[in-house]
Design a protein around this ligand. Structure first.
Ligand code: KG4
Ligand code: ZN
Length: 348
């Protein structure tokens, strides 16, 4: 008999995340206590293409999913019989990638006769903060910045969200990745730019701050990205050197300034005293520092997840699934992948 940490009346969530290029499975106890969080990253497979190749991602998920499930169970010291319900990302994301996790989740739900809870990936990023900060409760303003999304969200309660602003074009992480590609720095670009920026002069180049100071809470990063590309081309044509550290620092400052200003103004507008940072770009040291300073200066509490919980992982998905489960929500076994799934009131 396997020794297990499960006691009676505890809710055990098995969560699956395959929306992009991480195959991840997690086991959680009572929503916020992570017993295991296995993340198999496909970055090495996609690096040579300079970005995620959807077909390669789907195939990798298929190859890894069963092994990752087994690993998550054994690290959590539980068996299939201990699982109370299954949480799985069903959007937004790459359709083929999502379908792999969704199929695995459905199979488990059907075979073990346990409920299935479909989870919105963006919601998952926000909930990473509930795992990191056990006493955190809504309401708060969440700034979700990832490779695919840039959202300012007023989370009023569990499952109750108001979208205050979003990107009109590129996501923040996408801008980081595209600028890094133009500088020939490799993929994913965010962490590399972050590192270089720490050694550069953020005031060396005056890149544009789109929609800064305007009433709108929307973001736009494609103009900034083009400005960086133009700068690089001009320097090359003039035969002048490009100081990558300065370009990285100046670009990052332009992104960070806009994100910080809008997040603070939004919290003040909504009269909430907590800002929560989420998504892969939440790993950015410049963004964390800037928001921390601005929050301190405005008596706002600032929360962000540890690096492992910033980027895609199944623990954050399991946390959402748990709260959905508690509210009695159940997903049907014909639940489909929704690549452009939105976040809002009344979603699953
Ligand atoms: O949340 P995530 O893992 O995947 C999506 O749901 O999109 O985010 C990945 C994104 C990539 O664009 C990556 O470049 C960015 O997060 N990222 C960063 C940093 N670490 C990851 N961006 C800026 N600074 C970082 N330190
Ligand atoms: Zn993500």
């Amino acid at each position: 008999m396997i020794e297990t940490a499960v006691e009676q009346n505890e809710i055990i969530t098995l969560a699956i995340e395959t929306s992009c290029d991480e195959t991840s499975v997690s086991v959680l106890k009572n929503g916020r206590n992570v017993l295991s969080n296995i993340i198999y990253s496909q970055i090495e497979q996609h690096k040579k293409f300079g970005g995620v190749v959807p077909e390669v991602a789907s195939r990798q998920h298929i190859e890894k999913i069963n092994e990752v499930i087994e690993l998550a169970l054994s690290e959590a010291k539980i068996t299939y019989d201990h699982i109370s319900h299954v949480g799985v990302t069903y959007g937004p994301g790459l359709v083929g990638a999502l379908l792999v996790g969704l199929s695995a989740g459905k199979a488990l739900s059907l075979a073990k006769e346990i409920p299935l809870n479909g989870v919105n990936h963006i919601e998952g990023h926000i909930y990473a903060n509930f795992i990191e900060h056990p006493n955190l409760e809504p309401p708060f303003v969440a700034l979700v910045v990832s490779g695919g999304h840039t959202h300012l969200i007023h989370m009023k309660d569990y499952g109750d969200y108001e979208i205050i602003g979003k990107t009109r074009d590129d996501a923040a992480g996408e801008a980081f990745d595209k600028v890094a590609r133009a500088l020939e720095l490799g993929y994913p670009g965010g962490p590399i730019i972050d590192q270089l920026a720490q050694r550069g002069n953020p005031d060396a180049i005056d890149f544009p701050r789109a929609l800064l100071g305007e009433e709108s809470y929307d973001f736009s990063f494609s103009g900034l990205k083009s400005a960086v590309l133009n700068y690089i081309n001009k320097q090359k044509m003039k035969g002048e050197a490009i100081v990558v550290e300065d370009v990285a620092a100046s670009f990052q400052k332009a992104v960070v300034e806009v994100l910080t200003e809008k997040a603070i103004r939004c919290a003040q507008d909504k009269e909430v005293n907590t800002i929560v940072l989420a998504g892969g770009v939440a790993a950015n040291s410049g963004l964390r520092d800037s928001l921390k300073k601005a929050c301190d200066g405005n008596s706002i509490d600032f929360k962000y997840p540890s690096l492992k919980l910033c980027t895609d992982n199944a623990a954050m998905i399991g946390c959402v699934a748990y709260y959905n489960y508690l509210r009695g929500q159940r997903s049907p076994l014909n639940l489909n992948a929704v690549p452009n799934l939105k976040i809002g009131k009344g979603i699953f």
